[in-house]
Design a protein around this ligand. Structure first.
Ligand SMILES: N[C@@H](CCC(=O)N[C@@H](CS)C(=O)NCC(=O)O)C(=O)O
Length: 203
């Protein structure tokens, strides 16, 4: 098996941190998505969404979408770390917060970056105003996250879960990719960010 990735991209980093948490090593093939390595017919034939990360299994079948890849490894390793939750309520909370953080935070952030920078104008129509609006939606989501982390040590549960990995990727992307000053503005996000950053898998 192997993972096709562009290591520095947020979605690939999300999978890499998750695999480190599970202490699973998977061979990688590095692609340059900015140069269009994912736009070839060969890659399109392997991937439903045409993006990285993409997991290729030994039988030649493939899985795209970073959360689907994480879930696959969580299942096959029979992990007892409960990164997707342990009981009915916690699993539902993980699912709920994961969707909230992805749809209101990460997806908005990606749309902001792609449309403000026109980084992928060779493959999609970039709409600057949609970038501005998407960035604003992400900015408006941050107080909700701050409130949650004022009440809970971690985002979805009282323990570390996959949602903390996704949220860590989101905050790093907001700070560095979109120049939103998150950590200096929100003390509880800052407290949580220090907590998760100290985990070996985040180094
Ligand atoms: N929802 C997907 C997002 C994948 C994604 O957008 N990957 C980006 C890198 S972070 C990519 O492949 N970009 C190249 C392109 O859009 O052509 C996931 O979680 O895997």
């Amino acid at each position: 098996m192997k993972i096709y990735q562009t290591a520095m991209t947020p979605s690939c980093r999300r999978v890499s941190i998750f695999l480190k948490e599970l202490q699973v090593e998977v061979p990688r093939e590095e692609l340059n998505v900015r140069a269009g390595d994912n736009l070839t017919d060969e890659f399109a034939a392997k991937s439903v969404n045409g993006r990285v990360p993409l997991l290729e299994l030994d039988d030649g079948t493939t899985i795209c979408e970073s959360v689907a890849i994480c879930r696959y490894f969580d299942e096959i390793t029979k992990s007892d770390k409960g990164l997707f939750g342990t009981n009915a309520k916690e699993k539902a909370d993980v699912e709920m917060w994961h969707r909230v953080v992805e749809f209101q935070g990460l997806y908005a952030g990606f749309q902001a970056f792609r449309n403000l920078t026109s980084i992928y104008s060779d493959r999609e129509t970039c709409v600057y105003d949609w970038g501005v609006e998407s960035k604003e939606r992400l900015v408006q989501f941050l107080p909700q996250l701050e409130q949650r982390l004022a009440e809970s040590d971690y985002v979805a549960s009282s323990r570390f879960t996959i949602v903390d990995i996704t949220t860590f990727i989101l905050i790093g992307f907001a700070q560095n990719g979109l120049e939103i000053e998150v950590l200096a503005t929100y003390p509880n996000i800052n407290r949580w960010f220090d907590l998760v950053s100290s985990r070996p898998s985040f180094q």
